[in-house]
Design a protein around this ligand. Structure first.
Ligand code: E4P
Length: 222
C-alpha cells in the first residue's frame, strides 16, 4: 500500500517523510493554491527533489487536446518520479481518455483524477492509466458511497488483471482514511490534518501517560 500526502506544504511533507511512512505527495491546482504556492513551476521542481525517491503526482491545467498532452509531457520531464494527473473529463463532459491513452503509450505514468464512479475509473484503466484517483469524499458529499466504489473497483481490476492502482483521495478525516484502507485501495492520499488524526488517539495518549507514571514510581533503572 502506498501512502501519499495530499499537500504542497513543505513543512508537513518533511515532517511526514521523517516519520518513514510517505511514498510521495499528491497535488492539484487547489492544493497548490491552498498552500500558498505562487510560482507553480518552481514549487513542482522543488517538490520533485524533496520527495525523491518517492512519487510526486502533479496535475495538468489544460482542459484537453494537444495542449494537455504537451503540458503532461513537460510535467513528466520534471523527473523520473513524476506521475501526471489528468482529469477523466473536461468541465463540459468530453472524455480525456484519448489523451490518457496517448500519454500512456508514450511512457508517461498517468493518474486519471476526478473519478467519481466505477465506470469512469474502469474506462481510465482501460485507456492505460497507471493510477486512478477516486474522490471518495466528493462521492460521499453527493450521497454516494465512496468506499464502496473503491471496493467494487478493486474487485473489477483484480478480476480482469489490470495493473492500475487505486488512489483513494478527497479524504477529510481519520474515518475516511480508515474506510479507504479497509476498502482495499492500493494507495491512500490524505491531507496533513487527516493523517495527524489517524496517528493520534486520546486513549493511546492516556495509556502511554499511565506507563510513564508507573515507570517514574519504580526505582529500577537499566
Ligand atoms: C488528490 O489527488 C485529490 O485531488 C484531492 O484529494 C481532492 O481533494 P478534495 O476533494 O478535498 O478537494
Amino acid at each position: 500500500m502506498q501512502l501519499f500526502l495530499d499537500s504542497a506544504d513543505t513543512h508537513e511533507i518533511k515532517f511526514w517523510l521523517g516519520q518513514g511512512v510517505l511514498d510521495g505527495v499528491t497535488t492539484n491546482p487547489s492544493v497548490l493554491a491552498r498552500d500558498g504556492v505562487v510560482d507553480v513551476a518552481a514549487a513542482l521542481r522543488s517538490l520533485v527533489s524533496l520527495v525523491s525517491p518517492g512519487i510526486l503526482h502533479a496535475e495538468v491545467t489544460q482542459e484537453c487536446g494537444q495542449a494537455l498532452v504537451d503540458e503532461a509531457t513537460a510535467l513528466h520531464a520534471l523527473g523520473e518520479n513524476v506521475v501526471v494527473k489528468v482529469p477523466v473529463l473536461t468541465p463540459s463532459g468530453a472524455p480525456c481518455l484519448g489523451e490518457i491513452h496517448e500519454l500512456a503509450e508514450a511512457g508517461v505514468r498517468v493518474n486519471a483524477t476526478a473519478c467519481l464512479s466505477l465506470g469512469q475509473a474502469a474506462l481510465a484503466a482501460k485507456a492505460g492509466a497507471a493510477y486512478v484517483s477516486v474522490l471518495v469524499g466528493r462521492i460521499d458529499d453527493e450521497g454516494g458511497d465512496g468506499a464502496e466504489v473503491v471496493v467494487e473497483l478493486r474487485r473489477w481490476l483484480d478480476l480482469w488483471g489490470y495493473p492500475t492502482r487505486i488512489v483513494a483521495a478527497s479524504l477529510r478525516g481519520a474515518a475516511d482514511v480508515r474506510r479507504a484502507l479497509a476498502a482495499g485501495a492500493h494507495c491512500v492520499t490524505a491531507p496533513p490534518a487527516a493523517l495527524a488524526r489517524t496517528s493520534d488517539h486520546k486513549y493511546s495518549r492516556h495509556t502511554v501517560q499511565e506507563f510513564l507514571d508507573a515507570a517514574r514510581t519504580s526505582a529500577a533503572t537499566l
